[in-house]
Design a protein around this ligand. Structure first.
Ligand code: MN
Length: 276
């Protein structure tokens, strides 16, 4: 590790709603940060009020990319048009490769109480966009947690100090880490050269390469092979995410993400004619 990554852009998450009216914070995929190749979207959903989440995300399609759901609190269940079902408990992660297409629903599995989690959209390169759909449903107990000198980290995807996350065979070779740091803790994290990378502080505040990142702020990282993050609050929590850029044209129409307008039009026809 010999080149520290800087913070080249800071952006605050934007309150919005999606699905059937779920209130959420859109961190990537808003008017300020449209696309961060290979990442298309990052949403944080957090509420103690069931009115904010109860409507859920009823049946909707996806084609051409992957959706990644990580739950902190509360539970969702999902079901798709191919008979796959799943249960997303607190601490679980679901890596769903939509590929050539699925139609699914993601609905709260509770009557009330808190819900807190993230959904990340990761693009697929053209040669993988029409791959067969695949789910990796990872139970909370299968996510390794590494104790740090002043905190801990959950290794969801990729590698941290030799500990490998449970999600396998992702084209963009991502890193997805969830840090909890005590006040004043300083932590070095390897973030390999050449990857697009960001930090999202979802609780408290942190400081990286001389830049303060307050709560609910995204820090888009410059090139390098590591970061050094220091916690500026008690129990600071942040995501460190990285992946290989795809460097292809992105044509997105809602839940269809392809390379050309014609491919998106074909996706709409295929969906309407029941071919997902
Ligand atoms: Mn979905």
């Amino acid at each position: 590790m010999n080149q520290e990554r800087s913070v080249r852009q800071i952006a605050k998450g934007i309150p919005t709603s999606d699905g059937a009216g779920v209130k959420l914070t859109r961190v990537i995929g808003n008017q300020y940060v449209r696309n961060l190749d290979p990442f298309l979207m990052l949403d944080e959903f957090k509420s103690d009020d069931k009115a904010d989440y109860m409507a859920g995300f009823p049946m909707h399609p996806h084609r051409g990319f992957e959706t990644v759901t990580y739950m902190l609190k509360g539970a969702f269940r999902h079901g798709d048009n191919q008979g796959n079902t799943g249960y997303l408990a607190p601490g679980s992660i679901q890596w769903m490769t939509a590929g050539r297409g699925i139609v699914h629903e993601e609905m709260p599995n509770q009557e009330d109480g808190p819900v807190w989690g993230f959904q990340l959209w990761v693009n697929l390169p053209s040669m993988h966009k029409m791959t067969a759909p695949r789910y990796q449903d990872i139970r909370p107990e299968d996510v390794p947690e590494v104790a740090l000198e002043n905190g801990k980290v959950k290794v969801l995807v990729g590698n941290f100090q030799g500990v490998e996350g449970p999600v396998e065979d992702v084209v963009t070779d991502p890193l997805y880490l969830d840090f909890h740091l005590d006040d004043g803790a300083t932590q070095k994290v390897e973030v390999p050269l050449g990857k697009t990378a960001f930090v999202y502080v979802y609780q408290g505040s942190a400081r990286l390469a001389g830049t303060d990142l307050p709560e609910r702020h995204l820090g888009i990282l410059g090139e390098g092979d590591y970061i050094e993050v220091s916690s500026q609050s008690p129990d600071t929590r942040l995501l460190v995410v990285a992946g290989d850029p795809i460097e292809e044209p992105v044509v997105q129409y809602g839940p269809f993400v392809m390379n050309t307008v014609e491919e998106v039009q074909q996706a709409i026809v295929d969906f309407n004619e029941g071919r997902f």
